[in-house]
Each structure stands twice: as C-alpha cells, then as structure tokens.
Design a protein around this ligand. Structure first.
Ligand code: GDP
Length: 195
C-alpha cells in the first residue's frame, strides 16, 4: 500500500472513551523497547512520527493513527517495565483488555518479540491473553539485523516454542534498519483488507 497520509487521530488514556472507528484496525503490542515505534514508523514511511514509549514514567496511551483514511494502526502501551508500580501496570493491562474486548474493527494484532531473546513471561502472558480474547496474533520478530543470518531459524524456533504458539502461527522477521520484512507485513494487512 502507498501511504499517502498519516494522522495521529486519537490518543486514549486510562479513563478515555475508546473511539468507535468505522475503518479496520491493526494493533501493535509488545514490551517496551522491542522496536514498536520503529516498526510503525517504517510501515508508515515516516522517520519519527510514532514516538517511543520506552522512557520509564512516560504517559502510556493507546494511539490511533489514521492511514490514508483507509485503516488505523493502533499502538498499544508497551509492557514490561520493572520500575513501574504494580497498580499502574494493572491499569494499563485493563485498558488494553478493554480495547481488545470492545473494538469491533480490530482485525490483526501484531505481537512484537525481540529476535535475540527467548520470550519473557510477560510476552507469553500477552500472547495467551490475545488468544484468550479470540485473536490469532501474527508475531513480528524484531531487530533482525542484530543477529547473524545463520541464527535466524534457531531464534524463530525459540520464539515459537517460548510462546507455545499455536501451529500455523505466522512469525515475520523484521528489521527497522534494513526494512526487511516490511513488505510481508503490509501483505498481511492487505490480505485482511480484501476480505
Ligand atoms: P518501542 O519502545 O517498542 O517503541 O521501541 P523503539 O522503536 O523506540 O526502539 C527501541 C530501541 O531499539 C531504539 O534505540 C531503536 O533505535 C532500537 N531499534 C528498534 N528497532 C530496531 C531494529 O530493527 N534494529 C536495530 N538495530 N535497532 C532497533
């Protein structure tokens, strides 16, 4: 898809009313620092439109990016910050859950996992939670450029096993430096838009 326009249309905090959009939504989840903003920027062909949520203490929000007036990218708050108080973590969790449960337009959830590491307990919980809510996440294995090509298959296997992913779960390796994987991710989105 040619991205002609990008607009951060809605920013939702913990108590905000979620928008009732009439176009399909594609959500992005992952732990802080996994490369979520970099991926979203790469997909939108923008250098720094989506801002990183990775500084501790920074307000966490659900951001809705309107793409070409055709679809929305939904940037979910990054999880996994050790320094954040449990009560606040729980609030974010509830906010994400409220979104997953109520959105009528959510078609794909991309769950981002760093290709270098075995999925964490938080990653696994997030995966299970997404599945529990009736979605089959597509996994994006980020920071592909940080490993040797020879390690790729082994790391993908580690992610698949670490998440205990359902058979057939799609895992797309991606690098925001080389942009490898970007076309495959867009194809995945376009397949859904055609349905
Ligand atoms: P977020 O917190 O998940 O939004 O993560 P960011 O997109 O802000 O990325 C966190 C850090 O990882 C930044 O320093 C990025 O430059 C770096 N990063 C993100 N994606 C990649 C990648 O594909 N390759 C490399 N080498 N670094 C990346």
């Amino acid at each position: 898809m040619v991205v002609k326009s990008v607009n951060l249309e809605t920013v939702c905090g913990i108590t905000s009313t979620l928008p009732q959009n009439d176009k399909i939504e594609i959500a992005f989840a992952g732990k802080s620092n996994v490369g979520k903003s970099s991926l979203i920027n790469a997909l939108m062909n923008r250098k720094a439109y989506a801002r990183t949520s990775s500084q501790p203490g920074k307000t966490q929000t659900i951001n809705f990016y309107n793409i070409n007036d055709e679809l929305y990218f939904v940037d979910l708050p990054g999880y996994g910050y050790a320094k954040v108080a449990e009560a606040l973590k729980e609030k974010w969790g509830k906010m994400i859950e409220r979104y997953l449960k109520t959105s009528k337009q959510l078609k794909i959830i991309f769950l981002l996992i760093d290709i270098r590491h075995e999925p964490s307990v938080n990653d696994r919980n997030m995966y299970e939670w997404i599945v529990y809510n009736g979605f089959e996440p597509v996994i994006i294995a980020t920071k592909l450029d940080k490993i040797n090509r020879s390690q790729k298959d082994k790391q993908i296997k580690l992610i698949r096993e670490g998440l205990n992913a359902k058979p057939g779960t799609r895992i797309i390796p991606f690098s925001s430096l080389s942009k490898q994987g970007r076309d495959e991710i867009w194809e995945c989105i376009e397949e859904i838009m055609e349905v």
